[in-house]
Design a protein around this ligand. Structure first.
Ligand code: NDP
Length: 263
């Protein structure tokens, strides 16, 4: 478990959920981890894993500059921070009724945040590469970036754009002769606090919603944040040195088939 020894990693949205699991796994693999989040609770995660914490709203260009000046040399970036749009009061997110403000708010975090993160990382890693270093950028997209999601159109659109931008970043870095790789991870149905607004509040509501949801998942269960972290550790490490511009699904088999497949 020392595949990331000597490397410095920064993870966005790492106060909880998938980001926290990635931070813990990277630290266990020997990396020096910068836990960043808009939520100050990330400081406790950083303390627990012997890393460092920085407040970072991924939408904020100046904040990226401030944090990167603190971090200095960087080997690994995980653009993990993301929102569905369902965190606040109920609002329509379908293509007919969504407001422009709600559409933009989701893209601001998921897409603008990823763009700013990739740009900051390329600039920092370029310096590292000139000294023989390597970089790995991992963008957390979603299976919603592969298929349409009528009730969460902005989320799906933003995650599809993250998938595509990953490939532009990968090809740009390769064309520059930089040893910086960029790949996307596409999770689905990973049980984290992100699901709270969608599963209901009472234990009965949660059990019924969970049962209904996993009935459509070939492996018949939710995935865990640790399972996503294991995939991220591979992409962050030099074991994946020949992997760039690629997309990795982790979804219990959801995307393997089609609801319309004949019996
Ligand atoms: P969570 O909601 O559990 O955690 C997201 C974290 O990101 C929270 O700490 C949140 O802080 C933080 N955050 C929100 N907005 C910003 C911002 N502007 N800047 C910095 N941090 C911010 O989500 P998950 O762990 O479930 O999801 C992580 C990533 O994985 C997301 O990109 C998500 O879209 C993706 N994903 C998740 C799936 C799942 O099933 N869980 C499936 C597919 C993709 P706060 O709580 O204060 O808002």
């Amino acid at each position: 478990m020392t595949r990331l020894e000597g490397k410095t990693a920064l993870i966005t949205g790492a106060a909880r959920g998938i980001g926290e699991a990635i931070a813990r796994r990277f630290a266990a693999e020997g990396a020096m981890v910068w836990v960043t989040d808009i939520d100050p609770a990330g400081a406790a995660v950083a303390k627990a894993i012997g890393g460092r914490f920085a407040l970072l709203d991924v939408r904020d260009e100046a904040a990226w500059d401030r944090v990167m000046a603190q971090v200095g040399a960087l080997d690994i970036l995980v653009n993990n921070a993301g929102i569905t749009g369902f965190e606040g009061p109920p609002a329509a997110h379908d293509p007919e009724h969504a407001s422009l403000a709600d559409w933009r708010a989701v893209h601001a975090v998921n897409l603008d945040g990823t763009f700013l993160g990739c740009r900051a990382a390329i600039r920092a890693m370029r310096r590292r590469c000139s000294e023989g270093g390597k970089g790995s950028i991992i963008n957390i997209s979603s299976r919603s970036g592969i298929v349409g999601i009528p009730a969460a159109a902005a989320y799906a659109s933003s995650k599809a754009a993250v998938r595509n931008h990953t490939k532009s970043v990968a090809l740009w870095c390769a064309s520059q002769g930089l040893a910086i790789r960029c790949n996307s991870i596409h999770p689905a149905a990973i049980l984290t606090p992100m699901w709270d607004p969608m599963l209901g509040t009472t234990p009965e509501e949660r059990e019924a919603a969970t049962r209904a949801f996993v009935a459509d998942t070939p492996l018949r269960r939710f995935g865990t944040a640790d399972e996503v972290a294991a995939m991220a550790a591979y992409l962050a490490s030099d074991e994946s040195a020949y992997v760039t511009g690629s997309e990795f699904h982790i979804d219990g088999g959801i995307l393997a088939g089609s609801a319309a497949s004949p019996e």
